[in-house]
Design a protein around this ligand. Structure first.
Ligand SMILES: Nc1ncnc2c1ncn2[C@@H]1O[C@H](COP(=O)(O)OP(=O)(O)OP(=O)(O)O)[C@@H](O)[C@H]1O
Ligand SMILES: [Mg+2]
Length: 265
């Protein structure tokens, strides 16, 4: 048997600064180290995931000529991927290489007016909608807050993880995002990751207050902040850190849960 593992698709959502990008960077690389073909995707118009992956600052939006305008009267968004360009082709062309064999796809960083990203954003969404289920494991990093999650920006994910700090403010955001379980953008599975944990009771506190299963409790770990200050990946700077160990276990668990559920097989 090859070392190919079942594809998992996760998206990380949460309050600004809760640790989505830091965890997404470790998770993407941990899954890749475990044998998965990983596409790390960034729909935050501010910098984040590329740094956490160890790529430095990358601003490589999907080029305008990847999309074409639809004919008058066609339903849905105004643009679609250019005729003949499949989602898999687009990943080959427009995702960039990251450490551990991860590929990184983004819709671009905000420099001018947000309208300048519109084509790239539509291409990004269509690529993720059209990716064949077993082709890539996907780890997605969303911007902070509730807007993108409630507008379906995480719909490529079978598991949406709400990154929650064990603070009163963190819990309020976690509870708002827990309502994704009820809305139109409802994911297959919604669960929490508690981040910056300092007390053994933190995970249970978050579970009780949000109603979400807690899949991992990531400690407050100064190795994460140190790597961040250097613009480097904690996976490179401190591979033996506690944060990396916990997120690596999470990567195993996500894969095992998926195999156990027979999803995509
Ligand atoms: N487990 C941790 N231990 C210590 N510091 C952490 C941990 N996780 C994240 N941090 C720190 O918290 C800050 C925010 O992390 P990060 O940028 O990953 O959050 P985010 O949710 O992606 O933020 P944004 O909403 O702005 O995109 C960073 O300074 C990061 O180093
Ligand atoms: Mg971020």
């Amino acid at each position: 048997m090859s070392n190919e593992v079942t594809a998992v698709r996760v998206a990380l959502v949460g309050k600004g600064g809760s640790g989505k990008s830091a965890i997404a960077g470790i998770l993407a690389r941990a899954l890749a180290q475990q044998g998965a073909r990983v596409l790390a995707v960034d729909s935050d118009p501010m910098p984040g995931l590329s740094l956490s992956l160890g790529l430095g600052l990358v601003d490589a939006p999907i080029p305008d000529d990847a999309v074409e305008e639809k004919a008058e009267g066609e339903p849905g968004p105004r643009f679609r991927l250019r005729t003949g360009l499949s989602a898999l082709d687009a990943v080959d062309r427009y995702a960039v290489d990251a450490p551990d064999g991860v590929r990184f796809l983004q819709f671009g960083k905000l420099r001018g007016h947000s309208a300048s990203l519109m084509r790239s954003q539509l291409a990004f969404r269509q690529i993720l909608d059209d990716l064949p289920p077993q082709s890539w494991s996907v780890v997605g990093d969303l911007p902070g807050g509730t807007r993108q999650p409630f507008y379906g920006w995480a719909r490529y994910a079978d598991t949406v993880l709400v990154v929650t700090e064990p603070t009163a403010k963190g819990l309020l955001s976690g509870r708002r995002l827990a309502r994704l379980a009820l809305g139109d953008a409802r994911p297959g599975r919604l669960a929490a990751i508690v981040n910056k944990v300092t007390d053994p009771g933190d995970a249970e506190w978050v579970r009780a207050r949000t109603g979400l299963d807690v899949l991992a409790a990531v400690p407050l770990d100064e190795a994460v902040g140190d790597a961040e200050r250097h613009g480097a990946a904690v996976m490179d700077e401190a591979p033996d850190s506690q944060a990396v160990a916990v997120v690596t276990s999470l990567a195993h668990r996500l894969t095992e849960d998926r195999v156990g559920a027979g999803i995509g097989s």
